[in-house]
Design a protein around this ligand. Structure first.
Ligand SMILES: [Zn+2]
Length: 438
């Protein structure tokens, strides 16, 4: 007995079609998975058997072979549970009429989800990019975990079948009780408002705000150097608030990255605000750039279309900082593995802050610097020349003047919305200037 069910594999942000082929033969009961499956896929055998038996579905006492094809590409993740289980169900019920099986076996519908031992279907990472990848190849029906419905709803012109348990899917296949589909793109997307702090909180430091505005207008890199306590971090955190609003397509791009990284919070559908990522200086290269056994997006991709803020940039390891050079240049990052090569988008605005020297007070009119000339040079040398070259604006941040921050002073600070107006105007001029080019 043979059956096959369409599913998807995620390589970077590209969802590619994969078939779960199931063959049930008479012989000693056994269950093997082939097709370059990693540990998490091989563990599916135990989950599928237990979940089917615990739901009262008969698990065939046969020699079962599962092949995930194309067999030359690595398969990772737990979302193959549901298609394999569906294939086994279809095989074991082959002598019956199965109205729900035609779409699944015919490649018109794809199926993905992780099973629990009691038969429920758990959410999986990357549902949005997988659906988008398969939609491009003409698939328009998707059986997905119920919890992934909010993000899947972003894709237009597809039919989504939310599956809550293996029993629901079995009833759908046998025609006992069909799952009613939901049309993608039909729901109103509610933007998730995040609290970006406002520049109005910062009195004084007008030249730094102006520099931030100029940097934001061109998404240029910006480095702020100055003694501790001068407001560098406060300014950095407020920059996403002066960037123009994301367009819908940009929101989709960002949401795909978060979906692949498993960073979408429960029930969250669309990331509608520009991301702000501030990794600690102890971050590893894989966490910053992306990587791991199963390549996942790093901080630079999670900051795509937003701000990557590196506070105390001189404290980061220099080889980690140097790995930022290629993504800064290209707007994407390529991760090579033994037999895969994936890329993630990484178009971000780099904002960095540092002290002028190790003690932090070089050039400060109030406190004396205690570093030697050699120490100062060593400190500045922690950031390589090529990386410095890619940071366009270098701003010196000094202690604010008392008159500027005096509460009694009538002069109020400029707000983020005012600064954003300037950024949007500059971008509009550039758009007109370069219309027709590139
Ligand atoms: Zn010093």
């Amino acid at each position: 007995m043979y059956s096959r069910v369409l599913t998807a594999s995620l390589y970077g942000l590209s969802g590619e079609p994969t078939w779960a082929e199931v063959d049930c033969e008479n012989g000693l009961p056994a269950f093997s998975v082939v097709g370059l499956a990693d540990q998490s896929v091989r563990e599916a055998r135990e989950r599928i058997r237990a979940s089917m038996e615990n739901c009262g579905l008969s698990f065939p006492a046969k020699r079962i072979t599962v092949n995930l094809t194309p067999a030359n590409k690595k398969k990772e993740g737990s979302h193959y549970d549901l298609p394999v289980a569906a294939g086994i169900l279809i095989c074991s019920l082959k002598d019956k009429v199965l109205p729900g099986a035609a779409d699944l076996c015919g490649g018109k519908a794809a199926c993905m989800g992780e099973l629990t031992l009691d038969g429920r279907v758990n959410a999986v990472d990357g549902v949005l990019p997988m659906i988008m990848g398969l939609k491009k190849r003409g698939v328009d029906k998707f059986f997905i975990p119920e919890a992934c419905l909010p993000e899947a709803m972003l894709v237009k012109d597809v039919y989504l079948y939310p599956v809550s348990s293996i029993t629901c899917l079995a009833d759908h296949i046998t025609g006992m009780e069909s799952i009613s589909p939901v049309k993608g793109g039909s729901a109103q997307v509610v933007p998730s408002g995040t609290d970006v702090p406002d520049f109005v909180d910062i009195k004084g430091q007008d030249h730094v705000k102006r520099a931030a505005q100029i940097a934001a207008a061109g998404m240029h890199g910006m480095l702020m150097a100055g003694p501790p306590g001068t407001g560098k971090t406060m300014i950095g955190k407020r920059i996403p608030g002066i960037l123009p609003k994301l367009t819908y397509d940009e929101m989709l791009e960002v949401t795909q990255v978060y979906s692949a990284a498993g960073e979408l919070k429960n029930g969250q559908s669309l990331i509608s605000e520009r991301p702000f990522r501030a990794p600690h200086h102890s971050v590893t290269k894989a966490a910053l750039i992306g990587g791991g056994g199963r390549p996942r997006p790093g901080e630079i991709s999670l900051a795509h279309r937003g701000v990557l803020f590196l506070d105390e940039i001189a404290e980061f390891q220099s080889h980690i900082l140097d790995s930022l050079r290629q993504p800064l240049e290209d707007g994407f990052v390529v991760i090579n593995r033994l037999n895969t090569r994936v890329s993630f988008p990484a178009k971000f605005m780099l904002v960095a802050a540092m002290n002028p020297c190790r003690c932090g007070y070089y050039g400060d009119p109030v406190k004396q610097c205690t570093c030697t000339e050699h120490e100062r040079r060593q400190y500045a040398g922690k950031i390589s020349g090529p990386l410095m070259d890619r940071i366009d604006l270098h701003v010196s941040v000094q202690r604010p003047i008392y008159d500027d921050i005096n509460i009694g002073n009538a002069k109020s600070a400029v707000s983020s919305s005012k600064l954003r107006e300037g950024v949007e105007n500059a971008m509009a001029i550039q758009k007109e200037r370069y219309a027709g080019e590139v």
